[in-house]
Design a protein around this ligand. Sequence first.
Ligand code: ADP
Length: 691
Amino acid sequence: MSKSKSVLTRLLQIFPQWRPQMYFKASLTALSHAMEDQVLAGLEEPLVIASFQRERFYRQEAQRYRRIAQKSDQVYVLAAPETEFKNCSLDYETIAFDSDDTLTEEWHLIVLGASYASCLICQEKIVSKNQGMTGGIDNNRRFEGIWTFDRQVTQQAAHILLNTIVEYRPELQEKAEFARQQYLPPDIVTQTVAQPNNIDNTTWDVTSNNPDPFVQRLVTYLQAGQYKLIKANRSLGDKEHKERLINSVTTAIRLSLDPDEILQIAVQKLGEGLGVCRCLVYRCKETDTTATIEHEFLNQGIASIKGQTWPLKHNPLFQEVVELRDALTIDNAIHDPRLSREQEEGKLSGKSLQILVNSCSILSWMLVPIFYRGRLLGMLELHHCGPKPVTWKEEDVGLVNAIATQIGVALIQAEAYANLQDLNEQLEALDRTRSNLVAITGHELRTPLSTIQVCLESLASEPDMSPELRQVMLNTALQDAERMRKLVQDFLTLSQLESGRVEWNIEPLDLHECVDLSLSNVRARHRETPLPKIENRVKDELPLVKADGEWLVEVLAKLLDNACKFTSTEGKITIEVSCNSPYHLEVTVSDTGRGIEPKRLETVFDRFYQEEGALRRSTGGTGLGLAICRQIVRGWGGKIWAESQGKDHGSQFHFTVPIYADQMSTEPPKPTVTRSRQSRTKTKGKSKKIS
Ligand code: ADP
């Protein structure tokens, strides 16, 4: 069957004075019901032709048509079949038209009796989703066409439809002919759509042909009500969309405590939800000069600007947002005065901003700050890149603002969580320290304490003890008391250094003197035991350094002590100073002893680290020496590190000391001190202070 031409188009060709009107589906339903009711309530036997777009629409009305068929033999129902609908002659005639027929786009109802005539000939207008079909409400469907009581129009429409009916069901030719004779004027049969000029248009007056102004008003009222309903639906739909978007962003970002993940989810959801070309978010403070774009959402075909540096300090738009503490929108970046301004002091000129805008193809721009309790955490940006500018709606700005608030909260939560994790790690470290301390105390304090106790008890309970044995007892008790004192001393020193309660006395120093002092300290401490060979290779001429003398001697003494402890008497210890930089000297204490495994080179500086564990050690010591050294060296802004080729390959401990700056300005790294320089000494604890 050939596709029939739109009935509305044909009718309008015949009656060019008629202007089609817009009708909502709800209005058409009400009108067609009114027309059908007129048939049901009357005594006439009218011609009724109803054309439904689809079978499903007809099925809702099938019951009514069975009742209408009881009134008249001339009832025709047309529809595009979906399941059961077919050509049939039961209570009334059903005509199944092709699914590609233009009839599928139209809705027709013709009621033609002796005393009344009305017709409804409408075509569905496909409305885009954004234009009000919100919430998928069927009543919002729009039609355009003619609804009238005009007999001539109704007759002409009936004529066109009867032709279509006979085309689809030729067997109804006779019945249709009978209808024509009964309801249509004889001349209409000869009128053809192709000859619209045959019609005497002057007789058609749109307004006067309407028999009932009251009905017309009712229809207008109905239409207005429907329009209001659509508007209300649209606004409800917008609100629902907004709420859904905020909820989905909030839910998604609450699932994460990772700031980067939060920001990526936020731009993705927001960009998709608002259908923008580009959505960016970057973290920034009010005082930042620039920001790096780390998270972006891109619509198809839009160029990425991820990784780019965005100007902030001299960017008048950013500054305006910070000042306003609110969102800023630019509908058309080409015509915005801010982007064409001349350079103002300390600001990017409009021209420079235009370059930025052009390079990123920004046409419509929205900047929304992310604040938390008045503190700027970042910025959300939405870009439309054309071809047409977009007018930002107030509700869009409100929505992005609401999401920015949620992002602010999520970022602060993530920050708090990260701080909590740091604190937890610190607590765990503290706990480990405490456990270590207990272990050390158990071993290092209890063992000498027991020895001291045994010695003193023996001395007290055995008056007949020989003087030699008495002396041995006393010496043992004294040695162990000294061991305990050292542990307590180291522990206190480290706590003082770590808590920053140390008063540094930074002054110009001669390294030779420090080395000499530390060497004599070590030798004095190991007077009783044989030591490996210690070679002092410090060059004669060296610049002065800037450090605290007492602490410098302490570091040297500890490194030398360790070297002695972990090197056999056949081995060798060397102390050297190199001047490889204009800013600091590098001191190295090397030994040929037991060495350190490469993976332990960092760990040896941890508190209480001892390779064999505190409980199994034979060499004594507290495991605090290197931790103390690291704190001291950091105190004057130096570095300390260890090197070793591994087990039994010896070790080298290096640390840096800054060169005294005043001498640098006059005679840069040139050696200024020789070994002949005199030293003054001042005793404090076990180390000496020099000046
Ligand atoms: P301790 O009092 O145990 O010596 P330190 O903090 O001074 O404490 O040293 C920590 C650990 O580092 C030592 O127990 C040892 O295992 C390792 N260590 C330090 N100096 C040397 C060295 N010169 N040679 C080999 N190992 C060393």
